[in-house]
Design a protein around this ligand. Structure first.
Ligand SMILES: Cc1cc2nc3c(=O)[nH]c(=O)nc-3n(C[C@H](O)[C@H](O)[C@H](O)COP(=O)(O)OP(=O)(O)OC[C@H]3O[C@@H](n4cnc5c(N)ncnc54)[C@H](O)[C@@H]3O)c2cc1C
Length: 455
Protein backbone atom coordinates (compact mmCIF):
# COMPACT_ATOMS: atom_id res chain seq x y z
CA UNK A 1 0.00 0.00 0.00
CA UNK A 2 1.50 3.33 -1.03
CA UNK A 3 -0.14 6.45 0.43
CA UNK A 4 -1.78 6.82 3.83
CA UNK A 5 -4.42 9.46 3.18
CA UNK A 6 -8.01 8.49 3.89
CA UNK A 7 -8.13 6.41 0.67
CA UNK A 8 -5.09 4.33 1.63
CA UNK A 9 -6.16 4.01 5.26
CA UNK A 10 -9.64 2.92 4.19
CA UNK A 11 -8.17 0.23 1.91
CA UNK A 12 -5.71 -0.91 4.60
CA UNK A 13 -8.43 -1.26 7.22
CA UNK A 14 -10.59 -3.33 4.87
CA UNK A 15 -7.67 -5.59 3.96
CA UNK A 16 -6.68 -6.05 7.60
CA UNK A 17 -10.31 -6.78 8.52
CA UNK A 18 -10.22 -9.57 5.96
CA UNK A 19 -7.10 -10.97 7.61
CA UNK A 20 -4.57 -9.79 5.00
CA UNK A 21 -1.08 -8.72 5.98
CA UNK A 22 -0.75 -5.00 5.27
CA UNK A 23 2.45 -3.09 4.59
CA UNK A 24 2.00 0.58 4.06
CA UNK A 25 4.29 3.50 3.34
CA UNK A 26 3.82 7.23 3.07
CA UNK A 27 6.21 9.99 2.16
CA UNK A 28 4.92 12.20 4.98
CA UNK A 29 6.04 11.80 8.59
CA UNK A 30 2.51 10.87 9.68
CA UNK A 31 -0.60 9.43 8.05
CA UNK A 32 -3.65 11.50 7.05
CA UNK A 33 -2.63 13.01 3.71
CA UNK A 34 -4.52 16.21 3.02
CA UNK A 35 -6.63 15.59 6.13
CA UNK A 36 -3.55 15.87 8.37
CA UNK A 37 -2.91 17.97 11.44
CA UNK A 38 -1.00 21.24 11.72
CA UNK A 39 0.62 22.73 14.83
CA UNK A 40 0.02 26.48 14.90
CA UNK A 41 1.12 29.00 17.48
CA UNK A 42 -1.06 32.05 18.11
CA UNK A 43 1.23 33.34 20.82
CA UNK A 44 0.09 31.07 23.66
CA UNK A 45 2.06 27.97 22.66
CA UNK A 46 1.39 25.49 19.84
CA UNK A 47 -2.15 24.30 19.20
CA UNK A 48 -3.01 21.22 17.10
CA UNK A 49 -5.56 21.95 14.39
CA UNK A 50 -6.31 20.60 10.91
CA UNK A 51 -4.02 21.64 8.09
CA UNK A 52 -7.28 22.58 6.33
CA UNK A 53 -10.78 23.02 7.72
CA UNK A 54 -13.09 20.23 6.48
CA UNK A 55 -16.83 19.62 6.65
CA UNK A 56 -18.42 16.16 6.56
CA UNK A 57 -22.08 15.54 5.79
CA UNK A 58 -24.49 12.76 6.67
CA UNK A 59 -24.18 11.38 3.14
CA UNK A 60 -20.57 10.37 3.94
CA UNK A 61 -21.75 6.93 5.01
CA UNK A 62 -18.44 5.14 4.42
CA UNK A 63 -16.34 7.79 6.15
CA UNK A 64 -18.68 7.87 9.14
CA UNK A 65 -18.75 4.07 9.30
CA UNK A 66 -14.94 3.98 9.20
CA UNK A 67 -14.77 6.56 12.01
CA UNK A 68 -17.19 4.54 14.14
CA UNK A 69 -15.29 1.32 13.46
CA UNK A 70 -12.04 2.93 14.61
CA UNK A 71 -13.70 4.41 17.72
CA UNK A 72 -15.64 1.30 18.76
CA UNK A 73 -18.93 2.81 17.63
CA UNK A 74 -18.44 6.11 19.44
CA UNK A 75 -16.65 8.41 17.00
CA UNK A 76 -16.21 11.97 18.34
CA UNK A 77 -18.60 13.54 15.84
CA UNK A 78 -21.31 16.17 16.29
CA UNK A 79 -24.31 15.93 13.95
CA UNK A 80 -26.48 18.92 13.16
CA UNK A 81 -29.59 19.24 10.99
CA UNK A 82 -28.79 21.08 7.76
CA UNK A 83 -28.64 24.81 8.46
CA UNK A 84 -27.53 27.40 5.95
CA UNK A 85 -27.15 30.67 7.81
CA UNK A 86 -25.30 33.73 6.60
CA UNK A 87 -24.16 36.95 8.18
CA UNK A 88 -26.76 38.95 6.20
CA UNK A 89 -29.76 37.27 7.83
CA UNK A 90 -30.31 34.13 5.73
CA UNK A 91 -31.76 31.38 7.95
CA UNK A 92 -32.54 28.16 6.13
CA UNK A 93 -32.93 25.13 8.34
CA UNK A 94 -34.17 21.63 7.47
CA UNK A 95 -37.48 20.85 9.19
CA UNK A 96 -37.79 17.75 11.40
CA UNK A 97 -39.78 15.93 8.75
CA UNK A 98 -39.00 13.09 6.39
CA UNK A 99 -37.44 13.93 3.01
CA UNK A 100 -38.30 15.74 0.82
CA UNK A 101 -40.59 17.62 3.22
CA UNK A 102 -37.63 18.51 5.45
CA UNK A 103 -36.30 20.77 2.70
CA UNK A 104 -39.62 21.98 1.27
CA UNK A 105 -40.90 23.07 4.69
CA UNK A 106 -37.45 24.40 5.58
CA UNK A 107 -37.61 26.57 2.47
CA UNK A 108 -41.16 27.75 3.25
CA UNK A 109 -40.02 28.82 6.72
CA UNK A 110 -36.68 30.25 5.60
CA UNK A 111 -35.90 33.81 6.63
CA UNK A 112 -33.88 36.35 4.71
CA UNK A 113 -34.68 34.86 1.29
CA UNK A 114 -37.36 36.54 -0.86
CA UNK A 115 -40.23 34.27 -1.92
CA UNK A 116 -39.09 34.33 -5.57
CA UNK A 117 -35.70 32.91 -4.55
CA UNK A 118 -37.23 30.18 -2.41
CA UNK A 119 -39.49 29.20 -5.33
CA UNK A 120 -36.46 29.21 -7.65
CA UNK A 121 -34.61 26.87 -5.29
CA UNK A 122 -37.55 24.48 -5.24
CA UNK A 123 -37.71 24.72 -9.04
CA UNK A 124 -34.07 23.70 -9.32
CA UNK A 125 -34.40 20.77 -6.93
CA UNK A 126 -37.62 19.57 -8.60
CA UNK A 127 -36.14 19.85 -12.09
CA UNK A 128 -32.99 17.98 -11.10
CA UNK A 129 -34.97 15.24 -9.35
CA UNK A 130 -37.31 14.95 -12.37
CA UNK A 131 -34.26 14.56 -14.63
CA UNK A 132 -32.73 11.85 -12.37
CA UNK A 133 -30.11 14.34 -11.16
CA UNK A 134 -28.40 14.45 -14.56
CA UNK A 135 -26.97 17.53 -16.22
CA UNK A 136 -26.36 18.15 -19.90
CA UNK A 137 -23.11 16.81 -21.35
CA UNK A 138 -20.28 19.27 -20.72
CA UNK A 139 -22.56 21.65 -18.81
CA UNK A 140 -21.07 23.94 -16.18
CA UNK A 141 -22.78 24.88 -12.91
CA UNK A 142 -23.17 28.44 -14.20
CA UNK A 143 -25.00 27.12 -17.29
CA UNK A 144 -27.15 24.78 -15.20
CA UNK A 145 -28.20 27.62 -12.89
CA UNK A 146 -29.06 29.82 -15.89
CA UNK A 147 -31.03 27.01 -17.56
CA UNK A 148 -33.06 26.52 -14.38
CA UNK A 149 -33.68 30.29 -14.09
CA UNK A 150 -31.97 30.91 -10.79
CA UNK A 151 -32.02 34.63 -9.84
CA UNK A 152 -28.62 36.34 -9.81
CA UNK A 153 -28.97 37.26 -6.12
CA UNK A 154 -29.59 33.62 -5.17
CA UNK A 155 -26.64 32.47 -7.24
CA UNK A 156 -24.36 34.98 -5.56
CA UNK A 157 -25.65 34.34 -2.08
CA UNK A 158 -26.18 30.59 -2.05
CA UNK A 159 -25.39 28.53 -5.13
CA UNK A 160 -21.98 30.01 -5.83
CA UNK A 161 -20.66 29.53 -2.26
CA UNK A 162 -22.17 26.02 -2.15
CA UNK A 163 -20.58 25.14 -5.49
CA UNK A 164 -17.16 26.39 -4.41
CA UNK A 165 -17.43 24.65 -1.04
CA UNK A 166 -18.44 21.31 -2.56
CA UNK A 167 -16.37 21.29 -5.75
CA UNK A 168 -13.58 23.79 -4.97
CA UNK A 169 -14.19 25.09 -8.47
CA UNK A 170 -15.83 28.36 -9.59
CA UNK A 171 -19.36 27.95 -11.08
CA UNK A 172 -18.15 29.14 -14.53
CA UNK A 173 -15.87 26.09 -14.70
CA UNK A 174 -17.50 23.62 -12.32
CA UNK A 175 -19.08 20.40 -13.57
CA UNK A 176 -22.90 20.56 -13.38
CA UNK A 177 -23.16 16.74 -13.29
CA UNK A 178 -20.92 16.51 -10.20
CA UNK A 179 -22.83 19.35 -8.53
CA UNK A 180 -26.13 17.58 -9.27
CA UNK A 181 -24.71 14.36 -7.78
CA UNK A 182 -23.72 16.22 -4.61
CA UNK A 183 -27.22 17.73 -4.37
CA UNK A 184 -28.78 14.31 -5.02
CA UNK A 185 -26.83 12.69 -2.19
CA UNK A 186 -27.35 15.54 0.31
CA UNK A 187 -30.31 17.91 -0.10
CA UNK A 188 -32.11 15.45 -2.38
CA UNK A 189 -31.68 12.35 -0.21
CA UNK A 190 -32.84 11.52 3.33
CA UNK A 191 -32.94 14.17 6.04
CA UNK A 192 -29.94 12.53 7.75
CA UNK A 193 -27.90 12.67 4.54
CA UNK A 194 -28.06 16.47 4.54
CA UNK A 195 -26.84 16.73 8.17
CA UNK A 196 -23.65 18.62 8.80
CA UNK A 197 -21.15 16.45 10.68
CA UNK A 198 -18.26 18.08 12.51
CA UNK A 199 -15.53 16.24 14.38
CA UNK A 200 -15.05 17.24 18.03
CA UNK A 201 -11.33 16.60 17.45
CA UNK A 202 -8.91 17.11 14.60
CA UNK A 203 -9.33 14.92 11.53
CA UNK A 204 -6.05 13.29 12.53
CA UNK A 205 -7.53 12.23 15.85
CA UNK A 206 -10.71 11.12 14.08
CA UNK A 207 -9.19 8.78 11.47
CA UNK A 208 -5.42 8.81 10.92
CA UNK A 209 -4.26 8.27 14.52
CA UNK A 210 -6.85 5.62 15.42
CA UNK A 211 -6.33 3.87 12.03
CA UNK A 212 -2.58 3.72 12.68
CA UNK A 213 -3.14 2.14 16.11
CA UNK A 214 -5.85 -0.19 14.79
CA UNK A 215 -3.63 -1.39 11.94
CA UNK A 216 -0.55 -1.86 14.12
CA UNK A 217 -2.63 -3.88 16.58
CA UNK A 218 -3.43 -6.22 13.66
CA UNK A 219 0.19 -6.66 12.68
CA UNK A 220 0.39 -4.11 9.85
CA UNK A 221 3.85 -2.74 9.09
CA UNK A 222 3.68 1.01 8.62
CA UNK A 223 6.54 3.10 7.29
CA UNK A 224 6.19 6.88 7.46
CA UNK A 225 8.67 9.32 5.93
CA UNK A 226 9.24 6.77 3.17
CA UNK A 227 8.69 7.87 -0.43
CA UNK A 228 7.99 5.25 -3.09
CA UNK A 229 10.46 5.99 -5.92
CA UNK A 230 9.62 3.06 -8.18
CA UNK A 231 7.20 0.19 -8.43
CA UNK A 232 7.66 -2.97 -10.49
CA UNK A 233 5.90 -6.31 -10.99
CA UNK A 234 7.98 -9.13 -9.56
CA UNK A 235 7.51 -12.85 -8.92
CA UNK A 236 3.75 -12.71 -9.42
CA UNK A 237 3.43 -9.75 -7.08
CA UNK A 238 4.75 -6.23 -6.70
CA UNK A 239 7.89 -4.59 -5.44
CA UNK A 240 8.05 -1.03 -4.13
CA UNK A 241 11.42 0.67 -3.99
CA UNK A 242 11.87 3.62 -1.67
CA UNK A 243 14.81 6.03 -1.71
CA UNK A 244 18.08 5.75 0.20
CA UNK A 245 19.03 2.54 1.96
CA UNK A 246 15.46 1.36 2.48
CA UNK A 247 15.11 -2.30 1.48
CA UNK A 248 12.49 -2.94 -1.22
CA UNK A 249 9.02 -3.93 -0.06
CA UNK A 250 7.43 -6.99 -1.68
CA UNK A 251 3.69 -7.52 -1.75
CA UNK A 252 1.22 -9.84 -3.46
CA UNK A 253 -0.83 -6.84 -4.60
CA UNK A 254 -0.38 -3.09 -4.61
CA UNK A 255 -2.85 -0.32 -3.82
CA UNK A 256 -1.52 2.96 -5.14
CA UNK A 257 -3.31 5.49 -2.94
CA UNK A 258 -1.37 8.60 -3.96
CA UNK A 259 -2.66 11.67 -5.83
CA UNK A 260 -2.93 11.24 -9.61
CA UNK A 261 0.24 13.18 -10.50
CA UNK A 262 2.25 10.96 -8.11
CA UNK A 263 0.59 7.81 -9.50
CA UNK A 264 1.47 8.95 -13.04
CA UNK A 265 5.16 9.30 -12.09
CA UNK A 266 5.28 5.79 -10.63
CA UNK A 267 3.31 4.18 -13.47
CA UNK A 268 4.99 5.90 -16.44
CA UNK A 269 8.01 3.50 -16.62
CA UNK A 270 5.60 0.52 -16.71
CA UNK A 271 3.39 1.80 -19.52
CA UNK A 272 5.04 1.99 -22.95
CA UNK A 273 2.38 4.43 -24.20
CA UNK A 274 2.78 6.76 -21.20
CA UNK A 275 3.82 9.74 -23.32
CA UNK A 276 1.04 9.29 -25.90
CA UNK A 277 -1.78 11.82 -25.63
CA UNK A 278 -4.90 10.19 -24.14
CA UNK A 279 -3.00 7.24 -22.64
CA UNK A 280 -4.10 6.11 -19.19
CA UNK A 281 -0.96 7.49 -17.55
CA UNK A 282 -1.35 10.65 -19.63
CA UNK A 283 -4.88 11.05 -18.28
CA UNK A 284 -3.63 10.85 -14.69
CA UNK A 285 -1.36 13.76 -15.51
CA UNK A 286 -4.23 15.80 -16.96
CA UNK A 287 -5.90 16.60 -13.64
CA UNK A 288 -5.74 20.31 -12.86
CA UNK A 289 -5.78 21.43 -9.22
CA UNK A 290 -6.95 24.33 -7.15
CA UNK A 291 -5.86 25.57 -3.76
CA UNK A 292 -7.82 26.15 -0.55
CA UNK A 293 -6.73 28.63 2.09
CA UNK A 294 -7.75 28.22 5.71
CA UNK A 295 -7.24 31.30 7.86
CA UNK A 296 -7.29 30.59 11.58
CA UNK A 297 -8.22 33.50 13.85
CA UNK A 298 -7.59 33.63 17.59
CA UNK A 299 -9.08 35.90 20.24
CA UNK A 300 -8.71 35.92 24.02
CA UNK A 301 -11.66 33.71 25.03
CA UNK A 302 -12.81 36.40 27.45
CA UNK A 303 -13.31 38.80 24.51
CA UNK A 304 -15.19 36.33 22.27
CA UNK A 305 -16.91 33.78 24.49
CA UNK A 306 -19.00 32.24 21.70
CA UNK A 307 -19.32 32.12 17.91
CA UNK A 308 -21.79 30.36 15.60
CA UNK A 309 -20.65 26.73 15.12
CA UNK A 310 -20.54 27.61 11.41
CA UNK A 311 -21.86 30.45 9.28
CA UNK A 312 -21.54 31.60 5.69
CA UNK A 313 -19.75 34.93 5.38
CA UNK A 314 -20.64 37.44 2.68
CA UNK A 315 -17.70 37.61 0.29
CA UNK A 316 -17.00 41.12 -1.01
CA UNK A 317 -14.19 41.18 -3.60
CA UNK A 318 -14.45 44.97 -3.97
CA UNK A 319 -13.57 45.36 -0.25
CA UNK A 320 -10.89 42.68 -0.39
CA UNK A 321 -13.00 40.40 1.87
CA UNK A 322 -12.84 36.83 0.61
CA UNK A 323 -13.83 34.64 3.56
CA UNK A 324 -16.63 32.21 2.63
CA UNK A 325 -17.35 30.05 5.69
CA UNK A 326 -16.49 30.39 9.35
CA UNK A 327 -16.26 27.36 11.66
CA UNK A 328 -15.87 27.81 15.39
CA UNK A 329 -13.03 25.55 16.59
CA UNK A 330 -13.87 26.24 20.21
CA UNK A 331 -11.62 27.14 23.08
CA UNK A 332 -7.97 26.17 23.16
CA UNK A 333 -6.74 27.19 26.60
CA UNK A 334 -7.41 30.90 27.03
CA UNK A 335 -8.04 31.40 23.30
CA UNK A 336 -11.07 31.04 21.07
CA UNK A 337 -10.20 29.89 17.58
CA UNK A 338 -12.18 30.10 14.35
CA UNK A 339 -11.33 28.73 10.91
CA UNK A 340 -12.25 30.69 7.80
CA UNK A 341 -12.30 28.87 4.48
CA UNK A 342 -11.48 30.33 1.08
CA UNK A 343 -12.15 27.81 -1.69
CA UNK A 344 -11.16 28.01 -5.37
CA UNK A 345 -8.21 30.06 -4.21
CA UNK A 346 -6.61 30.29 -7.67
CA UNK A 347 -9.06 33.09 -8.55
CA UNK A 348 -7.21 35.21 -5.95
CA UNK A 349 -3.71 34.21 -6.98
CA UNK A 350 -2.66 37.84 -7.51
CA UNK A 351 -3.51 38.73 -3.88
CA UNK A 352 -0.78 38.46 -1.26
CA UNK A 353 -1.62 36.19 1.67
CA UNK A 354 -1.15 39.06 4.15
CA UNK A 355 -3.75 41.18 2.33
CA UNK A 356 -6.21 38.28 2.27
CA UNK A 357 -5.73 37.64 5.99
CA UNK A 358 -6.16 41.33 6.78
CA UNK A 359 -9.41 41.41 4.74
CA UNK A 360 -10.68 38.37 6.66
CA UNK A 361 -9.97 39.97 10.02
CA UNK A 362 -11.98 43.04 8.92
CA UNK A 363 -14.75 40.93 7.38
CA UNK A 364 -15.28 38.82 10.48
CA UNK A 365 -15.17 41.86 12.77
CA UNK A 366 -17.80 43.77 10.74
CA UNK A 367 -20.06 40.87 9.81
CA UNK A 368 -20.09 39.16 13.22
CA UNK A 369 -19.55 42.18 15.44
CA UNK A 370 -16.55 40.69 17.22
CA UNK A 371 -13.29 42.52 17.96
CA UNK A 372 -10.46 42.12 15.44
CA UNK A 373 -8.59 38.86 16.15
CA UNK A 374 -5.48 39.02 18.30
CA UNK A 375 -3.59 36.61 16.00
CA UNK A 376 -4.07 34.93 12.63
CA UNK A 377 -2.36 31.99 10.94
CA UNK A 378 -2.85 31.00 7.33
CA UNK A 379 -2.50 27.54 5.77
CA UNK A 380 -2.74 27.15 1.99
CA UNK A 381 -2.82 23.71 0.40
CA UNK A 382 -1.79 24.35 -3.21
CA UNK A 383 -3.09 21.07 -4.61
CA UNK A 384 -6.06 20.90 -2.26
CA UNK A 385 -8.35 19.18 -4.75
CA UNK A 386 -8.54 18.43 -8.43
CA UNK A 387 -10.51 21.03 -10.34
CA UNK A 388 -13.94 19.50 -10.86
CA UNK A 389 -14.60 20.60 -14.46
CA UNK A 390 -16.84 18.75 -16.95
CA UNK A 391 -13.78 17.65 -18.97
CA UNK A 392 -11.70 16.31 -16.06
CA UNK A 393 -10.32 12.78 -16.58
CA UNK A 394 -12.45 9.92 -15.24
CA UNK A 395 -10.35 7.17 -13.68
CA UNK A 396 -11.57 3.99 -11.97
CA UNK A 397 -9.73 1.99 -9.30
CA UNK A 398 -9.06 -0.84 -11.77
CA UNK A 399 -7.87 1.41 -14.63
CA UNK A 400 -4.56 -0.48 -14.91
CA UNK A 401 -5.59 -3.91 -13.64
CA UNK A 402 -5.89 -5.58 -17.06
CA UNK A 403 -2.23 -4.92 -17.98
CA UNK A 404 -0.81 -4.70 -14.48
CA UNK A 405 -2.60 -7.44 -12.53
CA UNK A 406 -2.82 -6.84 -8.81
CA UNK A 407 -2.39 -3.08 -9.08
CA UNK A 408 -5.29 -0.95 -7.87
CA UNK A 409 -5.68 2.81 -7.69
CA UNK A 410 -7.31 4.57 -4.76
CA UNK A 411 -7.84 8.25 -4.06
CA UNK A 412 -10.54 10.90 -4.18
CA UNK A 413 -10.01 11.13 -7.96
CA UNK A 414 -10.73 7.40 -8.37
CA UNK A 415 -14.38 7.85 -7.33
CA UNK A 416 -15.19 9.60 -10.58
CA UNK A 417 -18.79 10.77 -10.02
CA UNK A 418 -17.80 12.86 -7.01
CA UNK A 419 -15.68 15.96 -6.67
CA UNK A 420 -12.56 15.53 -4.51
CA UNK A 421 -13.94 14.55 -1.12
CA UNK A 422 -13.03 12.54 1.94
CA UNK A 423 -15.95 10.28 1.10
CA UNK A 424 -14.75 9.64 -2.46
CA UNK A 425 -11.33 8.78 -1.04
CA UNK A 426 -12.75 6.34 1.53
CA UNK A 427 -15.09 4.68 -0.98
CA UNK A 428 -12.33 4.27 -3.55
CA UNK A 429 -10.08 2.68 -0.90
CA UNK A 430 -12.75 0.27 0.13
CA UNK A 431 -13.45 -0.66 -3.50
CA UNK A 432 -9.73 -1.16 -4.23
CA UNK A 433 -9.51 -3.48 -1.21
CA UNK A 434 -12.58 -5.42 -2.36
CA UNK A 435 -11.04 -5.84 -5.82
CA UNK A 436 -7.74 -7.00 -4.30
CA UNK A 437 -9.52 -9.52 -2.11
CA UNK A 438 -11.65 -10.84 -4.94
CA UNK A 439 -8.51 -11.54 -6.96
CA UNK A 440 -7.52 -14.19 -4.46
CA UNK A 441 -9.57 -17.33 -4.85
CA UNK A 442 -9.10 -18.15 -1.19
CA UNK A 443 -10.36 -14.78 -0.01
CA UNK A 444 -13.44 -14.42 2.09
CA UNK A 445 -14.90 -11.70 -0.11
CA UNK A 446 -18.18 -11.73 1.74
CA UNK A 447 -16.34 -10.47 4.80
CA UNK A 448 -15.07 -7.26 3.24
CA UNK A 449 -18.34 -6.65 1.47
CA UNK A 450 -20.34 -6.84 4.68
CA UNK A 451 -21.14 -3.26 5.59
CA UNK A 452 -19.53 -1.86 8.70
CA UNK A 453 -22.54 -1.39 10.95
CA UNK A 454 -23.12 1.99 12.53
CA UNK A 455 -23.92 1.79 16.20
C1 LIG B 1 -7.88 22.64 2.79
C2 LIG B 1 -8.72 21.48 2.34
C3 LIG B 1 -10.07 21.46 2.65
C4 LIG B 1 -10.85 20.38 2.23
N1 LIG B 1 -12.16 20.36 2.60
C5 LIG B 1 -12.89 19.24 2.39
C6 LIG B 1 -14.16 19.11 2.94
O1 LIG B 1 -14.67 20.00 3.60
N2 LIG B 1 -14.85 17.95 2.71
C7 LIG B 1 -14.32 16.93 1.98
O2 LIG B 1 -14.97 15.89 1.84
N3 LIG B 1 -13.08 17.04 1.43
C8 LIG B 1 -12.35 18.16 1.62
N4 LIG B 1 -11.09 18.25 1.11
C9 LIG B 1 -10.58 17.19 0.23
C10 LIG B 1 -10.05 16.01 1.02
O3 LIG B 1 -9.09 16.41 1.97
C11 LIG B 1 -9.39 15.04 0.03
O4 LIG B 1 -10.30 14.70 -0.98
C12 LIG B 1 -8.91 13.74 0.70
O5 LIG B 1 -8.18 14.00 1.88
C13 LIG B 1 -8.05 12.98 -0.30
O6 LIG B 1 -7.56 11.78 0.30
P1 LIG B 1 -6.63 10.80 -0.55
O7 LIG B 1 -6.30 9.68 0.34
O8 LIG B 1 -7.29 10.52 -1.85
O9 LIG B 1 -5.34 11.64 -0.91
P2 LIG B 1 -4.24 12.29 0.05
O10 LIG B 1 -4.86 12.72 1.31
O11 LIG B 1 -3.55 13.33 -0.77
O12 LIG B 1 -3.23 11.09 0.38
C14 LIG B 1 -2.22 10.70 -0.51
C15 LIG B 1 -1.00 10.30 0.31
O13 LIG B 1 -0.01 9.80 -0.59
C16 LIG B 1 1.26 10.18 -0.09
N5 LIG B 1 2.22 10.09 -1.20
C17 LIG B 1 2.23 10.79 -2.36
N6 LIG B 1 3.24 10.36 -3.14
C18 LIG B 1 3.88 9.36 -2.47
C19 LIG B 1 4.98 8.53 -2.75
N7 LIG B 1 5.64 8.58 -3.92
N8 LIG B 1 5.36 7.63 -1.82
C20 LIG B 1 4.71 7.52 -0.63
N9 LIG B 1 3.65 8.30 -0.32
C21 LIG B 1 3.23 9.20 -1.23
C22 LIG B 1 1.04 11.58 0.44
O14 LIG B 1 2.03 11.93 1.40
C23 LIG B 1 -0.37 11.46 1.06
O15 LIG B 1 -0.30 11.15 2.44
C24 LIG B 1 -10.28 19.33 1.47
C25 LIG B 1 -8.92 19.36 1.15
C26 LIG B 1 -8.15 20.42 1.59
C27 LIG B 1 -6.69 20.41 1.28
Amino acid sequence: MVGAGWAGLSAAVQLARAGRRVRMLDAASAPGGRAREARLDFGGGPVTLDAGQHLLVGAYRESLALAHLLHDGAAPLDRFALALHDTAGLRLQAARLPAPLHLAVGLLRARGLPLAERVAMLRLMTALRGGSWRAAQGETVEQLLARLRQPAALVERLWSPLCMAALNTVPEQACAAAFATVLRDTLGATRAASDFVLPRTTLGALIAGPAERWLRARGAQLHWGTTARAIAPCAGGWQVRAGGDEPPIDAAQLVLAVPPHAAARLLAPLCPDATQPGSRVGRLGEFAYDAITTVYLAWPASQVPALPRWIMLRESPSRGEHGQWLFDRGRCGAQRIAAIVISARARLSDKPVAAIAEGIGRQVATQLGVPPPAAMRTVTEKRATFRCTPDRPRVEVDAFAADLPGLWLAGDYAWPDYPATLEGAVRSGRLAAARALRRHADTDVAHVQAPITLR
